[in-house]
Design a protein around this ligand. Structure first.
Ligand code: Q0Z
Length: 287
């Protein structure tokens, strides 16, 4: 933990500190949540995997959008970043029909105002990736909103820019991931503005915690898909018969080790870097 930095906030599995007026420190813990509950057992190296993946994507997408990354700390789990004025909008892109998108589609045939073809199945690939903005819920769940509601939050011009950038980021990442056997069902971007009003990609990007990663070789639309990273932990929790209210169950060593292996595998497949190499020098993902 940084000695002199003020703690600004906690996410379920992350911490945010102020380094000075212009810089923040984003620290990814090894905590894991399943069914929206943080479990008492940590997954070793999960924080380093997520930080390394974010840094990898920031480096690869800088021509699509500027980003907040200033540097990685040697612990591999902490990212120094530029302090921005965050947009009050979750920038979600969906390539497949899952989660709240599937629920909205069943109810209304549409997601965030995108009317979709009739007869799509759960987890089906969408004809085109769609931008489905959501509100930032302080407690409870984000709610998908349509373009008119999103424009009220950020303005019409900014919304058009945010949508174009989000779709371009998704298309780039989904193509990269598919070449490595992973589908990105959907993902959430957090965007902010710098002092000059320029759009900047922030927070964590294209990690298993901000995205749904599915193994391509098991992809079978018509039902829910196994999560690339969390499925061992979810299956164990289901097998236990846990009622999915806090506190969550401890995970046994085999489940911890299986889950850790999947996070490391996602990192290695996507970055092409051995995780041990990242651990000894995090800057390898910046080159
Ligand atoms: C990110 C969050 C976390 C709690 C604020 N570059 C930035 N500038 C200004 N604000 C943020 C960022 Cl990344 C910012 N969050 C999300 C992260 C713990 C909340 F680790 N909130």
């Amino acid at each position: 933990m940084p000695e002199t930095a003020a703690h600004l906030g906690s996410g379920k599995v992350r911490e945010l500190y102020a380094l000075d007026d212009e810089r923040l420190l984003l620290v990814a813990s090894d905590r894991i949540s399943t069914f929206d509950v943080v479990l008492p057992t940590e997954i070793p190296d999960k924080g380093r995997v997520l930080t390394g993946l974010s840094a990898f994507w920031f480096t690869r997408t800088r021509e699509i959008c500027a980003n907040h990354l200033l540097g990685l700390r040697s612990d591999g789990r902490s990212m120094e970043c530029r302090r921005l004025e965050m947009l009050p909008l979750e920038c979600v892109v969906r390539g497949y029909l899952s989660g709240s998108g599937w629920k909205d589609y069943l109810r209304s045939g549409a997601i965030s105002g995108h009317v979709l073809p009739v007869g799509l199945r759960e987890s089906e690939r969408l004809p085109e990736p769609i931008f489905t903005p959501a509100t930032k819920a302080v407690t409870g769940h984000d709610e998908n909103i349509d373009a008119a509601q999103a424009a009220e939050l950020v303005g019409e011009e900014r919304l058009a820019e945010v949508e174009a950038v989000s779709l371009e980021l998704y298309r780039f990442a989904a193509k990269h991931a598919a070449e490595r056997g992973l589908l990105i069902a959907d993902t959430k971007f957090e965007l902010g503005l710098d002092a000059n009003g320029r759009l900047v990609l922030a927070d964590e990007v294209l990690t298993p915690d901000s995205s749904r990663f599915w193994p391509a070789d098991a992809y079978t639309p018509g039902g829910p898909q196994p999560s690339f990273d969390k499925q061992f932990a979810r299956d164990y929790c289901e097998w236990l018969g846990w009622d999915k209210t806090a506190p969550g169950p401890e995970l046994p060593a085999e489940v911890v080790e299986g889950t850790r292996a999947r996070y490391v595998e996602a990192f290695e497949r996507l970055t092409g870097v051995a995780f041990a190499e990242y651990a000894s020098d995090p800057d390898v993902v910046l080159r």
